[in-house]
Design a protein around this ligand. Structure first.
Ligand SMILES: O=C(O)c1ccccc1NCC(=O)[C@H](O)[C@H](O)COP(=O)(O)O
Length: 201
């Protein structure tokens, strides 16, 4: 099976159209994180989710240290997965029903093994120090990560110029791209197309 593609940080209906036209596999929406320029309100997320529901694209709510109330709202919206950066509290882990993609930054990789036996964690997102910054990191630090059956997702500064090398070197299940497919006004149709072509060639 080929490498799947997740485009993160969508905020506009026309970006959903770009994802559908390019047959990407996952769409990520930043939720409850107003510090991000890609943050979505509940109302906007509803609009994007409705538009995505006519496609086979899987939806991911991207969160940072979410509270239990936020997790409940995300579940009610009908996302397929929740991606959690920073803290995944015991309370959230106990109550959550959505499959979790746990994000690790290059500084908290040591945490990774704690989640390997957790049945609610379906995958790991390996990301640079600042999520959504477009910065890459030294991929060799992942060489010694013990692989298991959960999804191995590579993020952080990927774009059309480095994605082939990343796929060859790390064989991720999914590549996750945000800044690398953006122009001045959000996601760029040509950049998405070029990236998808590079991954699928
Ligand atoms: O995009 C954001 O602003 C953001 C903020 C907080 C958490 C996650 C965020 N973005 C999505 C991500 O999980 C990844 O970091 C991203 O897909 C990779 O970003 P990039 O390096 O820009 O490709």
């Amino acid at each position: 099976m080929g490498t799947k593609i997740k485009i993160c940080g969508i905020t506009r209906p026309k970006e959903v159209t770009m994802l559908i036209e390019n047959q990407v596999d996952f769409a990520g929406m930043v939720m409850f994180y107003p510090k991000s320029k890609r943050n979505n309100s509940i109302e906007n997320a509803k609009i994007l989710l409705k538009k995505l529901s006519i496609s086979s694209i899987q939806t991911v709510a991207v969160t940072v240290s979410p509270t239990i109330e936020q997790v409940m709202e995300i579940q009610a919206l009908g996302f397929d997965y929740i991606q959690i950066h920073n803290i995944l509290s015991k309370e959230v882990l106990k109550e959550i029903r959505l499959p979790i993609l746990k994000a690790f930054h290059i500084s908290d990789l040591g945490d990774y093994e704690n989640y390997q036996s957790c049945s609610k964690v379906f995958g790991y997102v390996f990301d640079s120090a600042i999520p959504g910054s477009g910065e890459t990191f030294d991929w060799s630090i992942l060489d010694h990560i013990p692989r298991d059956r959960k999804l191995f997702i590579l993020a952080g500064g990927l774009n059309k110029d480095n994605v082939e090398k990343a796929v060859r070197q790390l064989r991720p299940d999914i590549i996750d791209v945000c800044t690398g497919v953006e122009g001045e006004n959000g996601k760029d149709a040509l950049k998405i197309k070029e990236l998808v072509n590079k991954v699928n060639q």
